[in-house]
Design a protein around this ligand. Structure first.
Ligand code: LLP
Length: 433
């Protein structure tokens, strides 16, 4: 199996020690299941590697956009991570989890004045300021509130991360950040340094997501440190913090490579240290912002199969009771997933089909070219693996379909409990006046 929290017992898929058919029976489908122990193990891998290879001045921040709900953010807090938030909703979730807001970093390319004021009122640690307008707005609102706000400036180092276009953000042509190559990064730095309510702590970049090429991160760190050195020579200002963003890839299917997070961090840490030594720069506090690699393999989604449609000479369809509303990633990016018939793991898989959702939309596909047992039929439980990241957080109520619940499983605590309840039609209706 693609992750060691998945096992087959008597032909039945078990996840984090739980029988998935029993979970589906008890909580209904569609159902997101999350493995708390796996989230904690992933957090600890980052924490330990950063401490071991870089030192106490390194801190991982969890990128809440991958998945954000109160129970999860409490786990992130307990694991000693900082937090990357991108919206008022994620800030509210952090507050609800009693997250120490001084360790929260507020991203996004277009924060409204209301967002900025709210984040300051919550005592946010850092703004990751994307552009000049934002720097000015943060300066003005900080002035009104009588504070000096710490910020990082988001820069684009001009790197192609070799991933799919929608998540490649480090190139010069990006809606995010100021490009080093065009001179805009230097301009915004000079501007931030001139403002009295801004405390420029350092610089941030995020080159992309689902990245397997570790050279990308090494190159990014070198370019960022060369920029920091250039800025020191130009303005006499030395950055205290370097944030290299998130992006390490995870395995969705057997053919995806395995990322060794510890080894990657060891490489990045030694590249940063070597470059700082070369440029005679003091070591900056280091931040990394993993999202996907913390939660992706800690999640699966369970569905119940409905209609099986066979079109002789064309193809076959297996419809499930969820779809693009709980996982839009195939529809958006053509993302690969491993799909299993959770109760029939012992049967041969000789029936090729598309596994599709129940929205009135042809593009509502979870995965194509899936191999299922030929006995697949109404009532079977279908599992999609590695759905912990960018599924719940990207879910929608398209066609007024309520969102699934999240059940959290912990083998260590011998616990299975709902962390997010199932939405009802009444929840969906509740905003209608
Ligand atoms: N930091 C920043 C500034 C980011 O923009 C992102 C992701 C991360 C950290 C976390 O990256 P990760 O470690 O999760 O790769 N919806 C897309 C992914 C969008 C990623 C956006 N930014 C997907 O489903 O693949």
């Amino acid at each position: 199996m693609i992750c060691d929290n998945l096992t087959a017992l008597d032909g039945v898929l078990h996840f984090a020690g739980q029988n998935t058919l029993a979970l589906a029976q008890e909580y209904g489908t569609p159902l997101y299941v999350m493995d708390e122990d796996r989230i904690r193990t992933n957090c600890r891998t980052y924490k330990k590697a950063l401490e071991t290879f870089y030192g106490p001045e390194a801190m991982p921040l969890y990128a809440g956009k991958a998945a954000s709900f109160t129970r999860l953010i409490k786990i992130i807090k307990e694991e000693g991570f900082g937090l990357d938030v991108v919206s008022a909703g994620e800030i509210a979730t952090a507050k609800n989890a009693d997250f120490p807001m001084e360790h929260a970093y507020f991203h996004s390319n277009n924060k409204t004045d209301a967002d900025i004021a709210l984040a300051m009122d919550c005592g946010i640690g850092y703004f990751v300021a994307d552009n000049v307008e934002e720097v000015d707005a943060v300066n003005a609102i900080a002035g009104e509130k009588g504070i000096r706000q710490k910020i990082l400036l988001r820069l684009t180092p001009g790197i192609d991360p070799h991933t799919y276009a929608a998540v490649a953000t480090g190139k010069v042509d990006s809606k995010f950040g100021s490009a080093i190559e065009t001179g805009q990064a230097e301009e915004i730095t000079a501007h931030a340094l001139s403002l009295s309510n801004i405390d420029l702590a350092g610089f941030h970049c995020h080159v992309g997501s689902q990245v397997f090429d570790s050279d990308v991160f090494l190159r990014a760190s070198e370019i960022m440190l060369e920029f920091i050195s250039h800025i020191r020579a130009r303005f006499g200002y030395t950055a205290r913090m370097l944030d290299l963003g998130g992006g390490y890839g995870v395995r969705y299917v057997d053919s995806d490579p395995v990322s060794d997070i510890s080894a990657n961090i060891a490489q990045v840490a030694s590249a940063v240290k070597a470059k700082c030594a070369e440029l005679s720069l003091p070591l900056p506090a280091l931040r990394m912002e993993p999202g996907r690699s913390i939660v992706a393999d800690a999640g699966i989604t369970l569905y119940t199969a409905g209609t099986v449609k066979k079109i002789p000479g064309y193809k076959n369809y297996v419809s499930v009771d969820g779809g693009m509303t709980d996982n839009p990633r195939f529809a958006l990016y053509g993302s690969s997933y491993t799909v299993l018939n959770a109760g029939k793991l012992n049967e041969d898989c000789d029936f090729e089909c598309s596994v599709v959702g129940r929205c009135c939309e042809s593009g509502d596909i979870l995965q194509e070219n899936v191999k299922m047992p030929s006995s697949v039929g109404r009532g079977d439980i279908i599992a999609v693996l590695t759905t912990g990241a960018y599924n719940y957080s990207m879910s929608s109520n398209y066609t007024r379909i309520p969102r699934p619940p999240i059940v959290m499983v912990s083998r260590e605590k011998s616990q299975v409990s709902l962390a997010v309840r199932r939405e009802t039609a009444q929840d969906v209706l509740s905003l209608d006046l």
